[in-house]
Design a protein around this ligand. Structure first.
Ligand code: ADP
Ligand code: MN
Ligand code: MN
Ligand code: MN
Length: 359
């Protein structure tokens, strides 16, 4: 059972006025799993305007699978600021990347090299849009709303569904969307997914390094909102085996040239380059170098096989899909359908830029 405290009692304290100039700053970072998010809070005596205003901080890396106990101090370098939708007011969420005792980026710090690559490619104005699929679980790790000791009816009525027998957990989806807008995350849509209790939200189009920043903060907000409702979020790419869809993080991508007249030819060139680096991309598309995605990319349930590269217009069984509208307009973007729901968006966007622009 999830421990549920009384929110009415909590509100008594939250109504206390917060002194002017005192900001609660929640520092966020990615832990040693490459998938989990941790956070801790401190007071700032000023309102930070940019990440550079925020002090570098530290944490115990031996408790997050990021360091040995004997040399456990790790550094948090603030890199993006959002409004805090949980505390409101002048309080802030401070996204950080992690450095070791010797000031080298931690193994799970994928932002460091991604930022480098985005800087080199900036004149191409790369835009990304990620479709984050996820599943809601009850406290017993079984999908939310599924009959205990059984299964719901087969997939079909649930995608974009309406009604208490079709969707589970919409309160969380609604609360998350509003909280993201408040925070300043570029959320652009959401929908119920094919498997009951599975949902998706989209972030984008977002340029360069900001894609990863916004998606990580959107994920943090999702975990926190679900926590308030006593529900668990999983980004596992295949939470239920059998005839149930998995969860991905389709990554939509364009450069300035792709978005202009004649852009389809540029999109096709990029696909040609992507076709030569399938294995490298699969390795970058989940935190376990393809092991997680192996369960999802079977060639069934609207996925391509993990072993083959394919591309096609409007083809949801391909690695890369060119949306029908893009083929008709002759410009736009491509969709890489391979990234796993638990991917690190910094690693995904970095390898896409390396393959299609820098090499
Ligand atoms: P799907 O039809 O695959 O379900 P969605 O509507 O869920 O597509 O998501 C589309 C995504 O594509 C959004 O994240 C959006 O921001 C992104 N997108 C739209 N235009 C562009 C573009 N020109 N470049 C990159 N991403 C884009
Ligand atoms: Mn979608
Ligand atoms: Mn989807
Ligand atoms: Mn998609």
């Amino acid at each position: 059972m999830a421990v549920q405290t009384n929110k009415t009692t909590l509100n008594k304290y939250l109504e206390l006025e917060q002194p002017d100039g005192k900001v609660m700053a929640e520092y966020l970072w990615i832990d040693g799993s490459g998938e989990g998010i941790r956070s801790k809070c401190r007071t700032l005596n000023f309102i930070p305007k940019s990440p550079k205003d925020c002090p570098i901080w530290n944490f115990d890396g031996s408790s997050t699978a990021q360091a040995e106990g004997s040399n456990s101090d790790m550094y948090l370098h603030p890199c993006a600021i959002f409004r805090d939708p949980f505390r409101g007011g002048e309080n802030r969420l401070i996204l950080c990347d992690v450095y070791k005792y010797n000031n080298k980026p931690a193994e799970t710090n994928k932002r460091h090299t991604c930022a480098d690559v985005m800087e080199k490619a900036k004149e191409h104005k790369p835009w990304f849009g990620i479709e984050q699929e996820y599943s809601l679980l009850d406290y017993d790790s079984y999908p939310l709303g599924w009959p205990k000791n059984g299964y719901p009816g087969p997939q079909g009525p649930y995608y974009c569904g309406v009604g208490a027998n079709r969707v589970h957990g919409r309160d969380i989806v609604e609360a998350h969307y509003r909280a993201c807008l408040y925070a300043g995350v570029d959320i652009c849509g959401c929908n119920a997914e094919v498997m009951p209790a599975q949902w998706e939200f989209q972030v984008g189009p977002t340029e360069g390094i900001a894609m990863g920043d916004h998606l990580w903060v959107a994920r943090y907000i999702l975990h926190r909102v679900a926590e308030d409702f006593g529900v668990v979020v999983t980004l596992d790419p295949k939470p239920m085996t059998g005839d149930w869809n998995g969860a991905g993080a389709h990554t939509n991508y364009s450069t300035k040239a792709m978005r202009e007249t004649g852009g389809l030819a540029v999109i096709e060139e990029a696909i040609e380059k992507l076709s030569k680096h399938h294995v490298r991309h699969i390795k970058a598309y989940d935190p376990n170098e393809g092991k997680d995605n192996e369960r999802r990319l079977t060639g069934l349930h609207e996925t391509s096989s993990i072993h083959d590269f394919s591309a096609g217009v409007a083809n949801r069984g391909a690695s890369i899909r060119i949306p029908r509208q893009v083929a008709e307009d002759g410009y736009g973007y491509l969709e890489d359908r391979r990234p796993s729901s638990n991917c690190d968006p910094y690693a995904v966007t970095e390898v896409i830029i390396r393959t299609t622009i820098l090499e």
